[in-house]
Ligand binder design. Structure first.
Ligand SMILES: [Zn+2]
Length: 290
């Protein structure tokens, strides 16, 4: 079971959010039949969204992370609820690229760097709050950190990793976002930087049974404040799909009716298929007063 862990250093100047997300990323892979590089790209984005979702204070709020770098994977989209439960999809789930020289999946080339890292927070108000930054590398962790530093005006660092096994399943996945609070001393910043550069990849720590909180905050005596179970979760339902069909308008619905065919609506996030017969479409049309 995946979880989000929040911890703070003894001096209170740095806080960290860590996610272990193996089951979430594996679920995404199975739903979308993702290639290894798409598993890594969507997996990292899902975990970034989950970290941001866990920070939302409003119960019904959602946060959407969208990457559109112009690479062969197309758009990468992840949505989190306010508890860190996530869902997502990529435009081209079967994208396949050669490994990088170091043997790693080439997420940066799949995503591309010709676009934006966009975060949209829907707090139930009329308009969502949208912020975006230029993509740096398309590797996602770096892009997420840049977004966070620019939007929150705080020092931050991020690591996100997905290890795909030889049978294409997800061996492990996890990540962290560490934030500095105002007044953080230079010695603390230097220690965290040195910890991050010497600890290796997030997936190395996870696959050796290590602890990301203590790796990043080594020497700072961190205390765990909260642990929250998180999962891949879609909120689609037949009722929501009916509302979506209704929203396409009277004329479009009449056109569907004229065709006399059954209508299939597929949820982008979980691939659940919803079927509507012409008489069911007629019923939706009858209830909808133009
Ligand atoms: Zn769904």
């Amino acid at each position: 079971m995946d979880e989000i862990i929040r911890a703070v250093t003894e001096d209170g100047f740095a806080k960290i959010t860590v996610i272990t997300g193996r089951d979430i990323v594996e679920r995404a892979r199975q739903i979308h039949d993702l290639s290894p590089v798409a598993t890594a790209a969507l997996g990292r984005t899902l975990m970034a969204a989950s970290i941001l979702g866990d920070m939302l204070k409003e119960d019904d709020a959602t946060v959407t992370v969208r990457l559109n770098g112009g690479g062969p994977i197309g758009s990468v989209i992840s949505v989190s609820d306010s508890k860190g439960n996530v869902r997502g999809y990529v435009q081209n789930p079967h994208v396949d690229l050669p490994l990088k020289a170091n043997g790693k999946l080439d997420v940066g080339s799949a995503v591309g760097t010709g676009g934006q890292f966009t975060v949209s927070r829907d707090l139930g108000l009329k308009e969502p709050y949208i912020g975006s930054t230029e993509l740096v590398s398309g590797e996602i962790a770096e892009d997420f950190a840049k977004y966070y530093v620019e939007s929150e005006q705080v020092g931050a660092a991020c690591g996100l990793g997905v290890l795909v096994d030889t049978d294409r399943s997800v061996a492990c996945a996890g990540g962290f976002l560490v934030q500095l609070l105002p007044g953080a001393p230079d010695t603390l910043i230097a220690l965290i930087e040195s910890n991050i550069s010497s600890m290796g990849q997030v997936t190395d720590i996870l696959s050796s049974g290590g602890d990301i909180v203590n790796a990043v905050l080594n020497g700072l005596n961190p205390t765990v404040l909260k642990r929250t179970k998180v999962e891949y979760r879609c909120y689609c339902s037949r009722e929501r799909v009916v509302r979506a069909i209704d929203s396409i308008g009277h004329e479009a619905l009449e056109d569907i009716l004229k065709s006399g065919e059954n209508t299939e609506v597929v949820c982008h996030f979980c691939n659940t298929k919803y079927h509507f017969s012409p008489s069911e479409i007629e019923e939706i049309l009858a209830k909808h007063l133009p």
